[in-house]
Write a protein that binds this ligand. Structure first.
Ligand SMILES: Nc1nc2c(c(=O)[nH]1)N[C@H]1C(S)=C(S)[C@@H](COP(=O)(O)O)O[C@H]1N2
Ligand SMILES: [Mo]
Length: 347
């Protein structure tokens, strides 16, 4: 591989268009910046920190997600690797970075699997703030830095099972949602947590589309005990890098025992409430999608088999069909949350 001195490399050669635009913005704001592409191209090890080398999964050489704020850069140097055991890890084959970042559901950017990666170049995650509201003693609108900075980052390798009967194995980077929730001190009335995705029509062509089926903002929710479960995760990265826009930058939810649609992306609002929130998919079609949406091979869906799944990536020769497990294989950890409930009724 040809290695150029950094001074010989024009930024346009090493950054994608979106990274380039973001970088310009950072420079204009006068902050120092980090470019993952420079790091991996030159092998300077900037992104590889105390734990970096021992991460179980890193993005391929040359992958860079864009310019990042200095406080975030230093956090990504200190990611605690996934342990060797379930449930925070699985030794199933990882879905390649390419598939994780090019086969997406993110209707704000369009309805086809390739739309989110190709239509999200205008999407900006800086500045970003998250509103914390409802039944908490410390409500307010917080900058992304205030939300994320206090948390140590860790790697988790989880299965993700979409209701459309495909699945992936993804190495996330983030922290448990429960640690975030505790900081804002929910009151005893906080029985549910409601999440909302950003609505940015200029950067999100799916929102501008006349064919959109969703009433924006995309909304999801969890019962408070589900939200406080140690498996429930806020992801800010994958494969050791910050999240690409199409995967829900700058922060998204990951609930590995539930269908993928619960794992809401690009969160701008977290609201604590006493009653069950309305959620996007229940609003759209309550016969087909429930609030709980626990992965369950015993509950049928009119369009997709729920007892089997296609583990991506498929090839022309192998559809890689495997059985779907109850609670997506996390039953030992989460089944007790639903004891006494009829899961065919509360699907
Ligand atoms: N805001 C928002 N969040 C979303 C979606 C969406 O359309 N909009 N799609 C959901 C669905 S159906 C799935 S399967 C997962 C996919 O996550 P991934 O693209 O990172 O694999 O995101 C979920 N989160
Ligand atoms: Mo999904």
């Amino acid at each position: 591989m040809l290695i150029k001195k950094s001074s010989d490399i024009k930024s346009s050669e090493i950054t994608s268009e979106s990274a380039y635009i973001n970088r310009r913005k950072f420079l204009k704001n006068g902050s120092s910046l980090f470019l993952g592409g420079v790091t991996s191209t030159l092998g300077s090890g900037l992104a590889v920190g105390q734990y970096g080398d021992s991460l179980k999964a890193r993005a391929p050489e040359g992958i860079q997600v864009g310019a990042q704020a200095p406080w975030l850069v230093s956090k990504f140097k200190n990611i605690k690797p996934a342990p060797d055991r379930e449930p925070f890890f699985t030794d199933e084959e990882l879905t390649p970075y390419e598939d994780v970042t090019k086969y997406n559901n993110f209707y704000e950017f369009g309805m086809n699997k390739g739309d989110p990666s190709s239509n999200s170049n205008e999407f900006k995650v800086e500045p970003w703030s998250v509103e914390i509201s409802g039944e908490v003693s410390r409500p307010g609108r917080y900058n992304l830095e205030d939300i994320i900075e206090p948390h140590g980052l860790e790697e988790r390798i989880y299965r993700l099972r979409c209701v459309e009967a495909w699945s992936m194995v993804i190495p996330w980077v983030g922290f448990p949602l429960r640690d975030l929730i505790k900081r804002f001190e929910p009151t005893s009335k906080a029985k549910y947590v409601e999440f909302e995705t950003v609505v940015d029509p200029e950067a999100m062509p799916g929102i501008r589309s006349r064919f959109a089926i969703v009433r924006w903002p995309y909304r999801e929710g969890l019962r408070i005990d589900e939200a406080m479960h140690p498996l429930t995760f806020i992801a800010v990265g994958l494969y050791g890098q910050t999240l690409p826009a199409q995967n829900g930058a700058p922060m998204r939810l990951v609930v590995p025992w539930k269908y993928g649609f619960k794992s809401i992306k690009s969160i701008v609002k977290i609201n604590f409430r006493e009653s069950m929130p309305r959620t996007t998919w229940v609003d759209l079609q309550a016969q087909e999608y429930g609030f709980y949406a626990n992965v369950n091979p015993d509950v049928q869906h009119p369009r997709w088999r729920q007892d089997m799944e296609r583990r991506l990536p498929q090839t022309l020769f192998d559809r890689r069909v495997i059985p779907t497990r109850k609670f997506n294989g996390y039953g030992e950890e989460v089944a007790s949350l639903y004891s006494g409930m009829d899961l065919s009724r509360y699907y």
